[in-house]
Design a protein around this ligand. Sequence first.
Ligand code: FES
Length: 188
Amino acid sequence: MSYPEKINELISSAARREKNRNGNANGRAAAFTCGVSVEFRLAIDEATKCVDQAGFTTNGCGYAIAVAEKLADGITGTELVRLEGLSVLEDLISTGIGEAPGGRHHCFNICFDALQNSLADFRRRQIAGWNGEDALICSCFGVAESFIETAVREHGLCTIEAVGASCRAGTGCGSCQPLIQEILDSFD
Ligand code: FES
């Protein structure tokens, strides 16, 4: 299969492929229709919440390799609080690679899914070590469940975006957004 030149360049220079096999934020995603899988392994500094290293493995096509490489490179050296729910990385892919060609959307999507799963893995580990009195919801910003509930109750918040604007919860890696939605649903 032939690829556009910028995809070929990313394939041949994929320095993050097979790197960082011992991350503390590991996530995988697969597309069962074609058997492609992608796994990210991130090393995130527990104190600064900065992604010090990122690597990936994939059995996918050139598009999957190119997108995973671009994402791994883009997230390296980035603090979780700067990800804005991965929109920063979505912008990076659209400017650096462009739109997925027809029939290749799943190659792009599983890379984002795998990265999101690796951030969710880090969040689970943070929660396991949390010593606060109630549940930690957003590990990027250290926001506990009771704080979000109080913000929702007192300010009548009804969307994830409104919660984020109020206390920043959910505006980093975005992996806590389903739990924020559950809190919002409990107020319906
Ligand atoms: S855990 Fe990352 S934004 Fe909440």
